[in-house]
Design a protein around this ligand. Structure first.
Ligand code: NAP
Length: 247
């Protein structure tokens, strides 16, 4: 491995929403890369502890931490307190999100607050904790998982899409504010895993609107994360992992 592709000297990563679905595959991918991983989760405590055991049984290092991102500032502090056990964190992947659809007449304050806190403010406070703990002379990566829909909003998922658009904005601002120590990028997935209550949703989309005529997989997201982690000269970028659906 040459110097450009070497991981940062500290090899601890935090993945939010890491117990299930896309987050879980990101955790596995980072472990394969040699990183120790702090697996943040919300309600999926059983899945998180099974994942920790699985990683440890394969010789990797992982801890799980529960924190409700609806209380973003306290949750971020709790996640980084748990990380102390493994050492300084050099990679933060903000993957956790809520994804609910409500038409305008049914949008209430709670729906807005949950999306704002989990999808936007939690990544901000986690970035704050991350930057605070990064040692002198160390560098790191923040990768925010966005959604290509934030670039071209549709009629649905009004508040969700707005929070992802705001997180894209935060990604570009923090890339400048935290340079040169921390590289901040985004990944904007398309149809990767369908919502659990609408399993054929993506297949219908794939036929109709994805130029590559298929859905993606969590591995496609992991490949983009690895690409960004291998770079020391890309910051403030958002990579669409969408099969061209945004075109
Ligand atoms: N799946 C796709 O095809 C797709 C497409 C575009 C963008 N994305 C983005 O990619 C990321 C991963 O997608 P996904 O489908 O795997 O996500 P997901 O299943 O909808 O949610 C990921 C995790 O977020 C955590 N979470 C939600 N609310 C929380 C809270 N209040 N406190 C703590 N954790 C909370 C949940 O953890 P617990 O289960 O532990 O509660 C959940 O497992 C998300 O940012 C999503 O917006 C996904």
């Amino acid at each position: 491995m040459n110097q450009e592709s070497a991981p940062p000297p500290s090899t601890v990563a935090v993945v939010t929403g890491g117990a299930r679905r896309v987050g879980r595959e990101i955790v596995h991918s980072l472990v394969r890369r040699g990183l120790s991983v702090v697996i943040h989760h919300g309600t999926s405590s059983v899945e998180a502890s099974v994942l920790v055991q699985q990683i440890r049984s394969q010789g990797g290092t992982a801890v799980a931490v529960a924190a409700d991102l609806r209380d973003p500032r306290n949750a971020a502090a709790k996640v980084f307190e748990a990380a102390v056990e493994l050492g300084p964190v050099s990679v933060l992947v903000n993957c956790a999100a809520v994804f609910q659809d409500r038409a305008l007449p049914w949008i209430d304050q709670y729906h807005c607050n949950v999306h704002l806190n989990v999808n936007l403010l939690a990544p901000v406070f986690l970035a704050q904790q991350f930057a605070r703990q990064l040692g002198e002379g160390e560098y790191g990566h923040i990768i925010n998982i966005l959604d290509w829909r934030a670039q071209r909003p549709g009629p649905d998922h009004l508040i969700y899409t707005a929070t992802k658009a705001a997180l894209a904005s935060v990604t570009k601002s923090l890339a400048q504010q935290l340079a040169p120590k921390i590289l901040v990028n985004g990944i904007a997935p398309g149809a990767i895993l369908p919502p659990e209550d609408r399993l054929n949703w993506h297949q219908q989309r794939a036929i109709q609107s994805i130029p590559l005529q298929r859905t993606g997989s969590p591995q496609d997201v992991c490949d983009a994360i690895n690409f960004l982690l291998n770079s020391r000269f890309i910051t403030g970028e958002i990579i669409n992992v969408s099969g061209g659906e945004e075109l």
